[in-house]
Design a protein around this ligand. Structure first.
Ligand SMILES: *[C@@H]1O[C@H](CO)[C@@H](O)[C@H](O)[C@H]1NC(C)=O
Ligand SMILES: *[C@@H]1O[C@H](CO)[C@@H](O)[C@H](O)[C@H]1NC(C)=O
Ligand SMILES: *[C@@H]1O[C@H](CO)[C@@H](O)[C@H](O)[C@H]1NC(C)=O
Length: 500
């Protein structure tokens, strides 16, 4: 009895995957009047069970309130969808979530009447990348000098007066909601610009947080590699492990089993579809623009038209397949002519969609991303034994730090290792006695590997338990080492009792 029950429970857990959910928005940019809904749509065998776990709310208050707007309604639809109807009015714009088991899906509801609009609803970057977030001023009465910014609800004065901000070397702490506004009243009415930044926990092309030692598969058609699991999250309109298969005919969902409407064509125009992080939101395949209203321009295809066609005959805007059985242009081969024979400098992989970080912008190996002589650009290191491909975070951090255990009154030494590229110089390493606030003179400094600096502070007499702190002052980071003392007096001589 019990065994059967457990077995059954296990089966349910195995069948349900948050990857089978799409957060669907009836319109990518919406008026504040008229009917409007967003909602989770599930796929697969357990669609109905998945749906029963959907929970809605607002992620943060972007000025229009922290709770679901007064008068919201939740309605089941078919056996796989649960719609959240957002009432008319100024409270409608915002950032909403749909929690599915323990996975959070998020969407950004923008107002068509806004005075400021973001370049896109969401943007995804990988660890260590530089990127900019841009806003477009729609109102002629607002000038860029009036603009103010918030990150996750906190004012960032350094960005005042800018319509585009740049984030260098992205870290997970940069993720979240960015708002740009010119007055508080505009914020309260949801008429300002806001968007979501997603930061993958690993460099582009790597997965396995936190060490990021594994290589991502090649995710086709704009799919994005999940930094935790290494799985490709496929854009709406594509399916399969590597997102190779296009659904076509306005179909989307994990198995291409959902459609915007079964009795009309062109019905996915102006919809927005949001997937699991790190994907975020985009238009259905073949549409682009903030409002998802435009068709892909010539030579482009896919969700948001981000993909480039390499067929002699042009390609299908939804799936990327070559029109009329065409062939690939020179330099391209493979599925839908997406495999490139060579990558431009700074990129590698089958699809040339992963970044490499070589010293002096040298080209890396097309297949492995490995740099000439393993030399990395500043900020990147290779410490792993799997690849030497400069894909680890090379910003300053402490490696090993320890002290020798002694009796009170004896001399000890402290070891601080600092990992970084470029390697930390002796003059930038400090050890301070927290008790007396005195600096300890370094007695030995050397480098181990290309990127590890070792400081040895020896000859320090310690009488009691104290914190000594390693500093890298110009980087403002530190780590504490507590003196290690023997509890009872510890003799280096062993005393043997010999009994007669
Ligand atoms: C990011 O920008 C900084 C500052 O402009 C630059 O030094 C660095 O090389 C850039 N990093 C990447 C990965 O492009
Ligand atoms: C640090 O210096 C002490 C004293 O000279 C020495 O015994 C110890 O091996 C050194 N340790 C390291 C890791 O350099
Ligand atoms: C340790 O104790 C000895 C003897 O009491 C004293 O002379 C010395 O100054 C103390 N050293 C420190 C670092 O507290």
């Amino acid at each position: 009895m019990e065994v059967t029950f457990l077995f059954h429970a296990l089966l349910i857990v195995l069948q349900i995957s948050a990857g089978e959910v799409t957060f669907f928005n009836a319109k990518a940019v919406v008026r504040q009047s008229g009917d409007y809904f967003i909602g989770g749509y599930s796929s697969g065998e357990s669609a109905e069970e998945l749906r029963s776990s959907f929970k809605y709310g607002r992620v943060i208050d972007i000025g229009t309130g922290g709770e679901l707007p007064d008068g919201f309604r939740i309605r089941d639809r078919y056996d796989f969808a649960k719609r959240l109807y957002l009432p008319e009015g100024a409270g409608r714009p915002g950032v909403y979530y749909c929690d599915v088991m323990d996975v959070r899906f998020q969407t950004v509801v923008l107002s068509l009447d806004a005075s400021i609009l973001p370049e896109s609803h969401t943007k995804t970057v990988s660890w260590g990348e530089n990127m900019s977030l841009g806003m477009v001023i729609k109102s002629t009465t607002i000038s860029a000098t009036q603009l103010k910014w918030k990150h996750n609800g906190v004012d960032i004065e350094a960005w005042n007066g800018q319509s585009s901000i740049t984030i260098t070397s992205a870290k997970p702490s940069d993720a979240g909601i960015y708002e740009c506004y010119s007055s508080e009243e505009q914020r309260r009415n949801g008429l300002h610009g806001f968007m979501r930044l997603i930061v993958r926990g690993c460099p582009n092309g790597k997965y396995g947080v936190p060490n990021c030692l594994n290589n991502c598969p090649s995710c086709y058609n704009g799919g994005i590699c999940n930094a935790e699991t290494g799985e490709c999250v496929c854009p709406p309109g594509f399916k399969g492990n590597l997102c190779k298969e296009g659904c076509g005919n306005n179909y989307w969902g994990h198995n291409c089993d959902r459609q915007c409407s079964s009795h009309k064509s062109d019905v996915c125009r102006s919809r927005l579809l949001c997937l699991q992080d790190p994907y975020g939101c985009s238009c259905q395949a073949s549409y682009t623009g903030l409002d998802c209203f435009e068709d892909c321009p010539q030579g482009k295809y896919g969700s948001g038209c981000t993909q480039t066609c390499h067929c002699t005959t042009g390609c299908n805007k939804e799936t990327g397949a070559c029109n009329n059985g065409g062939s690939c242009i020179t330099g391209f081969s493979g599925h839908n002519c997406q495999v490139s024979s060579s990558c431009s400098t700074g990129f590698y992989g089958e699809l040339c969609n992963y970044n490499c970080h070589c010293k002096n912008n040298a080209a890396c190996d097309k297949n492995t991303g490995v740099c000439p002589n393993g030399d990395c650009a500043p900020g990147w290191i290779n410490l792993d034994t799997i690849d030497s491909d400069c894909q680890q975070d090379g910003s300053v951090k402490f490696g090993d730090h320890y002290t020798k255990k002694v009796n009170p009154g004896e001399e000890t030494y402290f070891i601080c290792e600092v990992i970084s590229n470029p390697v930390i110089q002796q003059t930038h390493m400090m050890l301070v006695n927290e008790d007396t606030a005195e600096y300890v003179t370094i007695s030995d400094y050397y480098t181990r590997d290309t990127y590890i600096a070792v400081g040895n502070y020896s000859g320090v007499v310690v009488n009691s338990t104290r914190d000594f702190v390693c500093h890298v002052p110009h980087e403002m980071i530190s780590v504490a080492i507590t003196t290690q003392l023997y509890g009872k007096f510890h003799s280096i001589y062993e005393v043997c009792l010999i009994r007669a």
